[in-house]
Structures are given as structure tokens and as C-alpha cells.
Design a protein. Structure first.
Length: 319
């Protein structure tokens, strides 16, 4: 009697594109909702990227830009100028100083604020305080700077008027302490909003761990060190990588508003973002585009490097 022949089934998985086509046909009714978003992203996100070619052309005449793009040869002159122009290097230096202090001061403050709010026993009070702290985030930068200019401005600021009435000398906070004011205003405006991520992560930690630690006699600081911080390590890693990625963006909206609202601030305090904007506004399109491209490439390398560093030190990664 012959033994039954077993049917051999192929274990080969379908290819990637075949799987995607199958999923597309399966969910084709939903695709119609995605098409408008795809067109919106394509027109406003990818089509403008064709302008990158401007940064590698000799000169671009705005009135005849299409002909110049087609006929002029490619060049790296503007890229080379970035590393030899004194004003650019000064703007980069200001950017790194401000972003570095924001990373060292404001980032830990967000974590500390989230921990302090989570330690409040009354959850309603804790959430109410978080909402109050988030309110400044919804003010635009011109409004924020206008408010603080009325408080600490040189001529009409309430604080300087009080100092003058007491016989003291007026202090020009915005000009003499520009970088410190950028960091202070950024902390005041974004402290609550930046704490939301960490606060939500802390709330997701199982409360039974804290109860067990309390029974074992752990102090508040020990709970924070061995339970809270390890519990939000993944969120800390994610936000740290994002902060490192944008270290060459010291806050264009804020600094540009400060330079315009407080007219007496010198343009020596420009950061990279405002310098690129002023270049493009004045008509120096190739140089401003070249700087934007280099800035984007640095951001990419910083993201990859920051992710590698965080992965080694914290054991977490973006992917």
C-alpha cells in the first residue's frame, strides 16, 4: 500500500508591491479621502523643493528666473561662501548659543515641571495648573514680546519706571541681555506646553509600582529616580532627539519679533533663521537658498547623530 503523498505548500510570501496593490484594492473606498491630502502635500511640500536649484546657480534675476535656471551652469560658490562669511558665522554662533542654553535649561525644566505636577495629590488641581501654564503658549510672539516690553521696556516699562522712581538706573533688558531674554521668554511661553508630553507619560505609569515602593519605604526622590524617570525614558529620548535635530533653529518667530517689536536691538543679535530670511527678502536668493539647504542637511545629520547617541545612552531609538 502506497503512503499518501503530502501536499507541499509554498512558504514564499507575496512581494511588497503585490501586497500594497492588494491592500489598495481592499481599501479603495478610503483612498478617495487620502487623495486631497496627498495633492495638498505634493503642491505645498514637494513642488517648492524644486527651488533648491537656485542655490547652485551663479545669479538669479527674479524677473527672468526660469531662463537663468535653465542656462546658468551649476556652482558651489554660495555653499563655500557660507563658511567664509563673517556675518553668517556670527549668526550661526548666536544660534548655537541660544539653542544650547535652551536645551540645557528649558528641556530639563519641562521634565521637572511635569514631575512636580504629577506629585500633586489632587488630580483636578494638577490638571488646572497645567492648563494655566499652557495658556502663554497660545499667545503669538509679537503679543508676548509686547506684553513683556510694557513690563520691562526701557522707557515705559513698569519695572524700569519703578527702578527710576526709587533713584536707580534704568536697565535695558532687551538690548543688554538679549540672549538671556530669548531664553527666559521661551521658557515662560513654552514651559507648560513642553511639560504635557512628560506629564502624560508619567500618568500612564502603573500606580501599583508607587504603592509597592511606598510599602518598601522608598522616599519621594527614590521613586522619582527609580520609577518615574525610567518610566518616561522613551519620551525623554524622543524629545531629546527632536531638540537636537532643531538645534540650528533658535526660534525664528521669537527672535524676528523681538528684532521688529523692540526697534533698538541691533542686528548683530540675528540668528541663522532671521539672517536667511533677510537675505531672501533683500533679493539675494541663491545665497539664502544655499544656506537653507545646508541648514537642512545639518539638521538631518544632527537627527541621525542624536538618535545614535540616545540609543547608546538611554537604550531608546526613533526607529
Amino acid at each position: 500500500m502506497e503512503a499518501p503523498v503530502e501536499k507541499v505548500t509554498s512558504s514564499k510570501k507575496p512581494g511588497y508591491f503585490k501586497t500594497q496593490v492588494k491592500n489598495f484594492l481592499k481599501n479603495k473606498t478610503i483612498v478617495w479621502f487620502i487623495i486631497p491630502a496627498m495633492c495638498f502635500t505634493l503642491v505645498l511640500g514637494y513642488v517648492p523643493m524644486l527651488g533648491v536649484i537656485f542655490g547652485f546657480k551663479e545669479e538669479i534675476n527674479p524677473s527672468n528666473w526660469f531662463y537663468d535656471v535653465l542656462t546658468q551652469p551649476l556652482t558651489l560658490k554660495w555653499v563655500a561662501k557660507i563658511f567664509s562669511d563673517g556675518e553668517v558665522l556670527k549668526a550661526i554662533g548666536n544660534t548655537l548659543i541660544i539653542s544650547g542654553f535652551k536645551l540645557v535649561i528649558i528641556f530639563p525644566l519641562n521634565i521637572i515641571m511635569a514631575i512636580l505636577l504629577s506629585e500633586i495629590k489632587n488630580q483636578r488641581l494638577s490638571k488646572l495648573l497645567l492648563i494655566i501654564l499652557c495658556l502663554p503658549n497660545f499667545l503669538s510672539w509679537p503679543v508676548t514680546i509686547g506684553i513683556w516690553n510694557n513690563i520691562i521696556g526701557l522707557d515705559s516699562g513698569l519695572l524700569n519706571n519703578l527702578i527710576a522712581d526709587l533713584g536707580g538706573k534704568r536697565i535695558y533688558f532687551f538690548q543688554d541681555h538679549f540672549k538671556a531674554m530669548v531664553i527666559f521668554l521661551s521658557a515662560w511661553k513654552t514651559l507648560g506646553w513642553g511639560s504635557i508630553y512628560f506629564y502624560a507619560a508619567i500618568q500612564s505609569i502603573d500606580k501599583e509600582y508607587y504603592e509597592a515602593a511606598t510599602i518598601d519605604g522608598a522616599t519621594k526622590l527614590q521613586k522619582i529616580r527609580y520609577l518615574t524617570l525610567p518610566g518616561i525614558k522613551s519620551v525623554i529620548a524622543l524629545m531629546l532627539v527632536m531638540n537636537i535635530t532643531y538645534i540650528l533653529d533658535a526660534g525664528f518667530d521669537q527672535v524676528y519679533s523681538m528684532l521688529n517689536v523692540v526697534k533698538s536691538i541691533t542686528y548683530d543679535e540675528q540668528i541663522l533663521g532671521t539672517y536667511i530670511f533677510n537675505l531672501g527678502y533683500s533679493g539675494d536668493i541663491p545665497f539664502s537658498v544655499a544656506m537653507s539647504v545646508v541648514n537642512g542637511l545639518f539638521a538631518l545629520f544632527l537627527m541621525l547623530g542624536g538618535n545614535t547617541l540616545v540609543q547608546k545612552k538611554l537604550g531608546r531609538s526613533l526607529w
